[in-house]
Design a protein around this ligand. Structure first.
Ligand code: ADP
Length: 501
């Protein structure tokens, strides 16, 4: 069935007016009344209104969710089903996500401000990723090993067991599914703790998964705070793996919690400060400036792979930087439910203040500034590029997570490589060039989870499938995506059968 989406602001508003906000935890295949009466507010950043009050799950609810996942894992209700049957359920869920696309996109958009057009795109991408994980797991192979004829020796890939997914607010459903997809496809049980800013679409996902035939207990979703529900998962001895996307600071806490409990496996996708390197042979500066601006402005810059460090050949910088600032204005701020809006408010007032502080510091340092001629809007600071930024300046080193770029210049390709690598982060890097061989040579020298030449990762015309990305340095570790991303949710097990003579 082809999903039908509203086409105007009024139509979206009409769908929004009939939405139900159910924040109850999903445990053991159904929604549960929480033990605790404590709640937290979900605030729509576009108008500051409280959307809903959601149960603030603590150790009791998280304990119940872990117990449900543990029981499902130990009884093999999912892990011992053939991969093809698991894949069938996940494909049904992918279709259901698409059918409920308008509702899910609206929930994400209302909670964290992302324009609904972007959220729709995101949901479609999430469904595709789920299908990709299902198909990949159907084809996962172990190996038979050379051994004496009187024996059969195998290497198997087995599920980790119970996986806790702890996810952020910037692409709520998409990031959750990029973990849940491979975790479920490879036979794990999951407890998801979505961000306290945006848990509702993830909770709906649990309903849809139950309808699609996922056995009870295999996917549980608990809304709550990081320091409470998140820590309870991280410290549990019943959880075999934590898959996390979020800040580097929280990543460190999760490593400590793993060390202090059962040495659970970790997969951490943390901060980024992604360079976009522009070589001096680039031709069409108009198109390039637009691409650089797009790499920064997507989701109002709240993207861990945002191309927020512009590393530009010295001969091009004086003309290119003002052009990029001009192109920032091609992003249209407006009502998130208006289909023509491409730029929404930042996810919360708290985050807005955080971003504004970086901008104020950079101004206070006297850095040359190129603001977007369109300005910002309620909840969004004016998008801005700072130029001639020293390599060690705060704005060149720290992740801002907003529409703010730091531009610096270089003279030689050696300098460009050194500059690109001069970061405690390493998620994604991009090289823009005319001479592909020169671009490739530079790309090979950049140490980063992914390096792209003349394109960015998300909307690349290359239509790649199966890409695996493993962060470096303080951006984390553990592969996501593709075969390596699937294997991350499994363990190697050796099975040796000695046959009677
Ligand atoms: P951000 O600053 O982008 O919100 P966080 O790392 O704080 O990034 O949040 C990402 C996710 O991690 C959220 O689901 C949040 O609730 C969770 N989280 C935050 N602190 C902790 C913690 N101490 N233990 C476990 N999870 C946490």
């Amino acid at each position: 069935m082809t999903p039908i989406f509203p086409e105007s602001l009024q139509q979206w508003q009409s769908v929004a007016s009939s939405l139900k906000f159910d924040g109850r935890p999903a445990i053991g295949g159904q929604r549960n009344e929480p033990h605790s009466t404590r709640t937290f507010d979900l605030v729509n950043p576009a108008d500051g209104q409280v959307l809903a009050q959601v149960p603030r799950c603590g150790t009791v609810e998280v304990g119940a969710a872990i117990a449900a996942a543990r029981a499902a894992a130990d009884h093999g209700v999912w892990s011992e089903q053939p991969a093809v049957l698991r894949a069938e359920v996940l494909r049904k869920l992918a279709t259901s996500i698409e059918v409920h696309g308008a509702e899910l996109a609206l929930l994400d958009s209302l909670q964290m401000g992302m324009p609904v057009s972007l959220a729709v795109d995101d949901i479609g991408l999430a469904a595709r990723k789920l299908r990709e994980a299902a198909a990949g797991a159907e084809r996962l192979q172990g190996a038979s090993l050379p051994s004496a004829p009187s024996s059969l020796a195998l290497n198997l890939r087995v599920p980790q067991g119970v996986v806790a997914a702890i996810t952020p607010w910037n692409f709520p459903l998409f990031v959750a599914l990029s973990k849940i997809g491979p975790a479920l496809a490879t036979g794990n049980s999951v407890v998801l703790k979505p961000s306290e800013l945006a848990p509702l679409a993830c909770l709906r996902l649990a309903d849809l998964a139950a309808e699609a035939g996922l056995p009870p207990g295999v996917l549980n979703v608990v809304p709550g705070l990081g320091s409470e529900a998140g820590q309870a998962l991280a410290l549990s001895r019943q959880v075999d793996m934590v898959s996390f996307t979020g800040s580097t600071a929280t990543g460190r806490l999760l490593m400590r919690a793993a060390a202090d409990s059962n040495l659970k496996s970790l997969q951490l996708e943390l901060g980024g400060k992604s360079p976009q390197v522009v070589l001096d042979d680039c031709g069409d500066l108009e198109a390039l400036a637009q691409a650089l601006a797009d790499g920064l402005m997507f989701n109002s810059g709240q993207v861990c792979v945002a191309g927020s460090r512009l590393v530009i050949a010295r001969s091009l910088a004086p003309s290119l930087v003002p052009l990029v600032a001009e192109k920032l204005a091609s992003w249209r701020f407006g009502h998130p439910m208006d289909p023509v809006t491409t730029l929404g408010p930042l996810a919360s007032r708290h985050h807005l203040a955080h971003v504004q502080r970086f901008i104020d510091h950079a101004h206070a340092q006297g850095l040359a500034a190129w603001p977007s001629p369109m300005g910002g809007g309620p909840g969004l600071p004016t998008p801005i590029v700072f130029s001639d930024v020293p390599a060690d300046a705060e704005i060149a080193q720290e992740e801002v997570f907003g529409p703010v770029a730091a531009a610096s210049s270089f003279d030689t390709d050696d300098e460009a490589a050194a500059y690109a690598n001069n970061s405690r982060y390493g998620l994604v890097a991009t090289v823009w060039c005319s001479d592909a061989a020169r671009g490739l040579a530079l790309a090979r020298r950049i140490r980063s989870g992914a390096v792209t030449v003349n394109t960015r990762t998300r909307h690349t015309p290359a239509r790649v499938s199966g890409a695996s990305l493993e962060p470096v340095r303080e951006s984390g570790f553990g592969a996501e995506g593709g075969l390596a991303g699937l294997l991350a949710y499994t363990r190697a097990r050796h099975l040796l059968l000695n046959l009677p003579a």
